[in-house]
Structures are given as structure tokens and as C-alpha cells.
Design a protein around this ligand. Structure first.
Ligand SMILES: Nc1ncnc2c1ncn2[C@@H]1O[C@H](COP(=O)(O)OP(=O)(O)O)[C@@H](O)[C@H]1O
Ligand SMILES: NC(=O)OP(=O)(O)O
Length: 324
């Protein structure tokens, strides 16, 4: 039976920090992502795709702010929906084209997805999710003063605006994603973590201003669709310990225990590698395999030739003994 893989793509893979945020640049990056994903489909995996939206939702919010004198601005959850729509469109089109080049005709569908969060989540009091472009510390502090933003340093790469990022409780409609996959479709879902909504006592859903971390929602999605592999594609080849220091060491296949030990030591930055490792460890704990690797090496990582793979101890020894 085909293995089911949930692939989570970083928003930075769609728009790299130093690139201009044109549509052309983003669609070109998405096309490159889809080339790799099409190769994974050709390997025989059932594929579900989710993606980030940090750079994109930040830019949409900024567009709203700059044009507020002429067009009333929309709230952040609506900006999140816009980013999910436009990234989902780019991916859908590019993936169909890349599959066709390989002679594959799987149906591709982008599902506008809502993700339930709790209104009481403490993350609303401590904004931590970086969005939009990078600034120098001076520019960021000035924007914070002028616009009332909260800004933070982002993993040594510069300063960014931060917004609340509550934990996902459930991906609404996940069972439909699963059944579409069972019918052979490739589903793009819960982009940007999904549009954050909370449920009122009477069951109605209300949008809330936040951006959900796509690694956390990707983990939730991977569980909900009963995936075998949860794969996080980003802009580094591996997860490292002592990252950015002369002692930096890349991690290949590691056991759950080793991964947890490094996380406990604080090796992975909040807002970047931290949530990825938290999600990867969570998925491996439930018996699946988690992979964190660079976008262009995703197909190699599935073969165990690249990236960081986290597996449960029993599976780890089985793997080690098989490889001699
Ligand atoms: N221990 C680590 N190992 C590897 N990368 C790390 C580590 N800690 C922080 N990072 C940073 O995490 C970044 C990836 O996270 P992020 O920018 O949130 O990615 P994405 O947008 O692809 O989800 C890398 O570019 C790297 O700078
Ligand atoms: N929503 C989200 O996690 O986006 P990034 O992957 O771009 O940070």
C-alpha cells in the first residue's frame, strides 16, 4: 500500500528573505517546489501539501495598512485567507503542470481550510510568530513606535513584526482531505496554518486575528489524515546542534530520545526551528517518521540520503541493523 506523506513547505521557500515580493518571484519558487513534489508523487507516495505564509500574510497586511485611506483594511484572519488562496492557486497550477511533464494526471485541489484554536490560548498575550519582511533593528523599532507593532529578532536573520500564534486544536474538514487523498487526489490544505477561528458556546465559528504556525498545524493534519511520514521542507539541509557556532553539527537519522534531549537543551530557536522540532518529535512519538530537510533534496531525504530524520527508538535500531 502506498505510504501517505504530509509535506509542509515554509513560507520562506515561497519567498526568500532577500527576494523582492513580486508575483513572478513567488510563482517561480513555487514551480521549483512543485518540480520536487511531482518527483515524490512519481515515487508512488500519496501526497498532501501544506505551506507557510509568514512573508506573504505580512505583506498583505502591509498593503492593507498602506492603502487604508482609500480602502478599509481587512483583519488578519481575512489576510490569512487571502494568502492561503493565492499560494494555493500558485501551487495548484504549478503542480498540475509539473505532473503533466512527468506524464502523471493526478487531480490537484486546493482546499481553503479553517483551523480551530482556543480564544483563551495564552499565545494571544505573547505575540511570537514572525511575519512579513526582515528589517534592521533600528527600522523595526521605529515601525513599532509609529504603527504600534510588536517586533522581535528572528533567528539571527534580522527583525520582523510578530503576531499571536495559538496552538491548532483541529483542522476543520480533515476527514474530507483524507477521503480526497484516498481517491487519488493531491490536496493542498491548511495553508498558513489554516485560517484561525474559535468556536462559540452555540457551535458557531468566529475568525480571530492570529497566524497559526504551519509546522504545528501540519503535525495536526498529518495525525488527522493518518499519515506515515511528516516532512518539513525548509531552507537548511539539516537540523543542526550548536547552530551558527563553530561547533555546529548536522543531525542525520536520530532517535526520538536524542531529538528530545537536544530540544530540552534549547538547541532550536523559538519561531523557526523550535516549532519544527516540536512538531517532528510529536509525530515520531505517535509512531510515524518525521523528516526535516531542504526543499531541493526532499526526494533524496525520503530515501534516507539527506536531511534529518526522527524515528522512535525501536524503529531506529531496526533501521540501523538493516543498514548493517
Ligand atoms: N538548530 C537549527 N538548525 C537549523 N536551522 C536552524 C536552527 N535554529 C534556527 N534555525 C533557522 O531556522 C530557519 C528555518 O525556519 P523558518 O525560517 O521558520 O523556516 P520556514 O519559513 O521554511 O518554515 C533556518 O533558515 C535557520 O536559520
Ligand atoms: N504560518 C506559518 O507558519 O508560516 P511560515 O512557515 O512562513 O513561518
Amino acid at each position: 500500500m502506498a505510504q501517505k506523506v504530509v509535506i509542509a513547505l515554509g513560507g520562506n521557500a515561497i519567498l526568500q528573505p532577500k527576494q523582492q515580493a513580486t508575483y513572478e518571484n513567488q510563482v517561480d519558487n513555487v514551480r521549483k517546489c512543485c518540480e520536487v513534489i511531482a518527483r515524490i508523487v512519481r515515487q508512488g507516495y500519496e501526497v498532501i501539501i501544506t505551506h507557510g505564509n509568514g512573508p506573504q500574510v505580512g505583506n498583505i497586511l502591509r498593503q492593507q495598512d498602506e492603502a487604508k485611506e482609500v480602502v478599509p483594511p481587512f483583519p488578519l484572519d481575512v489576510c490569512s485567507a487571502e494568502s492561503q488562496g493565492f499560494i494555493g492557486y500558485m501551487m495548484n497550477q504549478c503542480l498540475k503542470n509539473e505532473l503533466q511533464k512527468l506524464g502523471l494526471s493526478n487531480h490537484v485541489t486546493s482546499m481553503l481550510t479553517l483551523t480551530e484554536v482556543s480564544k483563551e490560548d495564552p499565545a494571544f498575550l505573547d505575540p511570537a510568530k514572525p511575519i512579513g519582511v526582515f528589517y534592521s533593528e533600528e527600522e523595526a523599532r521605529q515601525l513599532a513606535e509609529e504603527k504600534g507593532w510588536i517586533v522581535k529578532e528572528d533567528a539571527g536573520r534580522g527583525w520582523r513584526r510578530v503576531v499571536p500564534s495559538p496552538m491548532p486544536i483541529s483542522i476543520i474538514g480533515a476527514h474530507f482531505i483524507r477521503s480526497l487523498t484516498d481517491q487519488g487526489a493531491i490536496v493542498i490544505a491548511a495553508g498558513g496554518g489554516g485560517i484561525p477561528v474559535y468556536r462559540q458556546a452555540d457551535g458557531t465559528l468566529i475568525g480571530v486575528e492570529a497566524v497559526i504556525d504551519k509546522d504545528r498545524s501540519g503535525y495536526q493534519l498529518a495525525q488527522d489524515v493518518d499519515a506515515d511520514i511528516f516532512m518539513i521542507l525548509t531552507d537548511v539541509e539539516n537540523v543542526y546542534v550548536n547552530y551558527g557556532t563553530p561547533q555546529q553539527k548536522s543531525l542525520g537519522t536520530i532517535s526520538l530520545e536524542e531529538a528530545q534531549q537536544y530540544a530540552d537543551e534549547g538547541q532550536f530557536s523559538a519561531g523557526s526551528m523550535g516549532p519544527k522540532m516540536e512538531a517532528a518529535i510529536g509525530f515520531a512519538e505517535r509512531g510515524g517518521m518525521s523528516v526535516i530537510c531542504s526543499l531541493d533534496q526532499a526526494d533524496l531525504a525520503l530515501e534516507g540520503k539527506s536531511g534529518t530524520r526522527i524515528i522512535r527508538e525501536n524503529d531506529y535500531y531496526k533501521c540501523a541493523s538493516q543498514s548493517g
